[in-house]
Design a protein around this ligand. Sequence first.
Ligand SMILES: C=C1C[C@]23C[C@@]1(O)CC[C@H]2[C@@]12CC[C@H](O)[C@@](C)(C(=O)O1)[C@H]2[C@@H]3C(=O)O
Ligand SMILES: O=C(O)CCC(=O)C(=O)O
Ligand SMILES: [Fe+2]
Length: 330
Amino acid sequence: MVMPSTDPAHNDCTRNTDIPVIDLNGSRHRVSESILKACEEFGFFMVTNHGVAENVIARMEATGSEFFSLPASEKQRSGPPNPLGYGFRSIGSNGDTGEVEYLLLHASPTYVSLRAKTICKKDHLGFSCVVTEYVESMRSLACEILELLGEGLKLGDTEIFCKLLRDSKSDSLLRLNHYPASYSSARDDCRIGFGEHTDPQILTLLRSTVGGLQIMKDGGPWVPVKPDPAAFCVHVGDALQAMTNGRLASVRHRAVVNSYTQRMSVVYFGAPPPHASISPLSETVTPENPRRYKSFTWGEYKKAMYSLRLGQNRLDHFLSSNGEEGDCDT
Ligand SMILES: C=C1C[C@]23C[C@@]1(O)CC[C@H]2[C@@]12CC[C@H](O)[C@@](C)(C(=O)O1)[C@H]2[C@@H]3C(=O)O
Ligand SMILES: O=C(O)CCC(=O)C(=O)O
Ligand SMILES: [Fe+2]
């Protein structure tokens, strides 16, 4: 007899019934419309036929697994996170915790090759090569998605988001999360691996082959995302919400720990350079949707983000008061 599972990451609801799955191989116009619709309705979707080479993914995942299987004392040499580096249970510096260990890296090749020497003593050149290659694939995929989104939004400059990610000073990050299996017999137990939050950046690309990620739509119930090894999860981040004047909303999500299987997620956060101005784009400010956010730099946003707890709403601190900063970005 098959017993119903009480594992929140493995239950019967683990089906992407409502979550959009977008095949990038479709007709350009239809793909761009589907991406826009998914970003407006969920701030989240899964993308298939993404063109990221299987060996690039396999090498990244093997490198991540190898790192997490090192003895604790060796991993700790890459920590504590400041905020980058190796972290265990503690997330950020404001008291947030979860059943997770992670490696948080800046995505720039120079940073990666510097840190590689501590992270992977055995083969630091191999480590930097794998990470840099993966980050480059993620940046290309994020740019393709953002350009399709720009077309859907009918922006004058459809490359506006991508230019921020491609800037040599882009503040993009790569995060490897490892959640150990954590069995609990309590029926409604739901162990938090990574507490609820929205991602602050422009766009997140996440990959995991094990269940645990959950998203929330409009304050509704948590919806488990069924893992698909052939897909990447795409999250709208706060900076994209601000630049689209709230037309797209960053998605609230969390990761719960799986009772039976350990889990790893590999996450790329596409971000602007620190001095880039984040401002609602003129095409998204209309009489029906007047300007909602002030202009701020990514550096200013990061300062606010690091001063707040994981689950707090950061964009609310940048709401435009009536009539203030009426000009928008063009
Ligand atoms: C508690 C925190 C961790 C975080 C920085 C923050 O102060 C608030 C945002 C958190 C978050 C969530 C998404 C990403 O995982 C992350 C790297 C980011 O950019 O914002 C983390 C930050 C972190 O772990 O340093
Ligand atoms: O591991 C996951 O599924 C979620 C991780 C996450 O949200 C993050 O790293 O920001
Ligand atoms: Fe996240």
